[in-house]
Design a protein around this ligand. Structure first.
Ligand code: BG6
Length: 434
């Protein structure tokens, strides 16, 4: 942000580490030197000029008194709570009591609660200090170029809208696959599992961008109102809608219980009770240690009503594919075209456009910048968060034991059976290049 010239305010670190500002400076220097972006001495010097540090326990009023005096006459501090969720309530209370919350905004890291009941409690606790418009529930997926592009592509063009509904769309699939495992986050993952980690937040937000009605304008409330309508239309899930998996070897990861039943893979079907989407299943799957690392939307279109050139020319259905990452954003259209020659026979082709390597802002850059400017459009609102928990709440605690799958597979075998009605999962390719 400093390199782009959009950060000019003091940055105050607060921690109970026993460190001082020199130690923090060293830590930042090491981190930047190891980062892919390379070390920019001018930006580093500017960050060092802006950096402050307060050392202290989050439960001690003295820590907040020190923070208050460090804030000086700052009118709109932005408090970023990258702390364990169990501390949110007491930290916000201390911010209020110390006067640090005056004119302030607060960014809250995910997960926002563990289920519907705890998310409600958390909202109540935060609202004692911060009114809803000053709370920024962060979800880095909302800061992704590719996720923003879904909205832009839908509503800045006119050709998609006539077919983007139950009359032409047969089903929509979203795959969020990762080849890696829990990567040293075993203890965290045991508390969370894939549904809380990425489905309840990231993937449901993608569903909202795909399924929402056009907002009346680009204001935060207009966008968030339309998203909430999508969440309200999604039927609450039951265990029959879900396939759970766990990769073989997960139980040997550090911090994971030897008999753990936590799922590292899930596939589920969402049904939307809306005029536009009634009868169009949305299939979601997400998992660790799968065959590829990719996030992709695949919208299968219905076939033509008549096979003018004979049954032999019938190909796979048309589709639209949005690759959301990593490394590139792509849009593809699957179609049949005539094979050169005398016969009227077809061949499958894919029209593919993609961008990669452009100077892309990281999601966190975009979101912190937005929060500093009081723009809530890219953050989750209270009603939306509660609806998203309502959708998954019944499948969080109850449910079948996960089926084991081999690392490198596309999840457990049961998955294929249960998704059969949708015409099968599209298998994202890891080979495609821009
Ligand atoms: C995080 C999850 O929110 O998102 C991780 O906690 C996951 O488990 C990550 O790997 C994926 O984000 P991205 O941006 O790399 O797709």
């Amino acid at each position: 942000m400093i390199k782009r010239g959009v950060l000019g305010v003091p940055v105050v670190g607060v921690a109970r580490s026993g460190w001082n500002i020199e130690r923090l400076r060293e830590r930042i220097r090491d981190s930047l030197e190891q980062s892919d972006d390379g070390h920019d001495p001018a930006a580093f010097a500017e960050l060092m000029r802006l950096l402050r540090y307060v050392d202290g326990d989050y439960r001690e009023p003295a820590t907040f008194a020190a923070l208050r005096s460090t804030l000086g006459d700052t009118a709109h501090p932005l408090h970023y709570l990258a702390i364990p969720p169990s501390l949110f309530a007491s930290v916000t209370e201390n911010l209020r009591k110390s006067g640090c919350a005056e004119g302030a905004r607060v960014v809250v890291e995910k997960p926002f609660g563990r289920d519907l009941a705890s998310a409600r409690e958390l909202n109540v606790a935060l609202h004692r200090t911060f009114p809803e418009p000053d709370i920024y529930r962060i979800d880095h997926y909302l800061g992704k170029e590719s996720v923003q592009n879904l909205l832009f592509f839908r509503f800045a063009n006119s050709f998609l809208e006539p077919i983007w509904n139950r009359n032409y769309v047969d089903s929509i699939q979203i795959t969020m696959a990762e080849t890696f495992g829990v990567e040293g986050r075993g203890r965290f993952y045991e508390e969370v599992g894939v549904i809380r980690d990425v489905v309840q937040n990231h993937l449901l937000e993608v569903v909202a961008n795909l399924a929402m009605e056009p907002p009346v304008d680009a204001s935060a409330d207009a966008l968030l109102d339309e998203k909430v309508k999508v969440f309200k239309a999604i039927r609450t899930l039951g265990d029959g809608h879900v396939v759970r998996g766990q990769y073989r070897g997960y139980r040997n990861e550090p911090g994971v219980a030897s008999g753990s039943l936590v799922e590292t893979y899930v596939a589920l079907r969402l049904d939307l009770a809306s005029w536009r989407w009634a009868g169009v299943p949305f299939y979601l799957r997400a998992g660790k240690r799968l065959a590829a690392t990719t996030t992709e939307v695949f919208a299968r279109l219905k076939g033509p009503p008549q096979h003018v050139f004979g049954a032999a020319t019938v190909g796979p259905p048309n589709y639209l594919r949005f690759r959301l990452g990593p490394d590139r954003v792509a849009i593809a259209l699957g179609a049949l075209a005539k094979k050169p020659g005398v016969e009227m026979t077809g061949r499958e082709l894919e029209l593919y456009v993609c961008n990669s390597g452009e100077d892309e802002m990281s999601p966190y850059e975009r979101l912190i910048d937005a929060a500093l400017h009081g723009d809530t459009a890219l953050f989750a609102r209270e009603d939306g968060v509660l609806e998203r928990w309502r959708i998954v709440d019944p499948i969080l605690s109850a449910g079948s034991a996960p089926e084991l799958y081999e690392p490198g597979a596309w999840g457990p075998a049961q998955n294929e059976r249960d998704i059969e009605n949708g015409g099968g999962w599209h298998v994202p390719s890891s080979a495609e290049q821009c």
